[in-house]
Design a protein around this ligand. Structure first.
Ligand code: SAM
Length: 217
């Protein structure tokens, strides 16, 4: 995708889709501007890379809609010193956005072929603050816990208890919770005393989170 063409496409996405929908955090918008979404989707779909919709990435999975990526990232209020856990690596695009803002990103994926592709892709683009792990993300990643921020990019029937445990006091998590077809995007905040507060960021539709504390395969 030629430089100026890409710039026009990404400017259009930001000015006409993301900003009017309430994405105003300049750091998030700059990350969207910087990360090349076309590098995370199949070659045949690359001319649609900056459309505001999800796209297939193989294995019946999707790269999320840019608005949802931006909304979830903005809600987390990521600090440059944060340690972030992502569940559902998929293409690796969301991990790249997070890595632009955080100190380190751990991302867990259950499908080996997607994880391998994301790892090769992210490392070839020079991302050295993303650790990719194969596994059931409904169990979190206890070996590196606690996390300042957690983002779950697949639809959960309920908030997995291990993720609540692995969230730092004062930390935030975004997670879609609902049935297999429609979910509520929840912002979960853990107070320093461990109390959990939740609020809704609106409706959404994700592929299912499959695992011990998620949906059955
Ligand atoms: N964040 C991704 C991106 O930027 O491309 C999009 C994620 S896609 C909507 C959801 C991903 O969650 C899929 O790749 C799916 O295989 C993965 N997934 C589902 N259940 C999982 C689990 N228990 N642990 C880890 N990954 C899981």
């Amino acid at each position: 995708m030629a430089g100026s063409y890409r710039e026009k496409e990404v400017d259009y996405l930001i000015d006409y889709e993301l900003k009017p929908a309430g994405i105003t955090d300049e750091k998030v918008l700059n990350a969207i501007r910087k990360v090349r979404r076309e590098k995370f989707i199949p070659e045949s779909l690359r001319n649609r890379a900056y459309g505001n919709y999800p796209l297939p990435i193989g294995e019946n999975q999707t790269i999320s809609q840019p608005y949802i990526v931006a909304l979830m990232t903005q809600a987390l209020e990521i600090d440059k010193n944060d340690k972030v856990l992502e569940i559902g690596t998929g293409s690796g695009y969301q991990a790249a956005i997070l890595a632009e803002l955080a100190r380190i990103v751990y991302t867990v994926e259950r499908i080996p072929s997607l994880l391998d592709r994301a790892r090769t892709n992210l490392y070839s683009q020079g991302y050295d603050n993303i650790i990719l792990v194969l596994g059931d993300g409904t169990q979190g990643l206890p070996e590196y816990a606690p996390y300042d921020k957690i983002i779950v990019t697949a639809a959960a029937p309920k908030i997995p208890e291990p993720l609540i445990e692995q969230l730092k006091g004062g930390g935030k998590m975004v997670i879609p919770v609902g049935d297999r077809f429609v979910q509520d995007l929840k912002l979960v905040e853990k107070a320093l005393n461990g109390r959990i507060y939740q609020k809704s960021l609106g409706g959404c539709r994700f592929v299912p989170l499959i695992g011990k504390e998620g949906w059955k395969d």
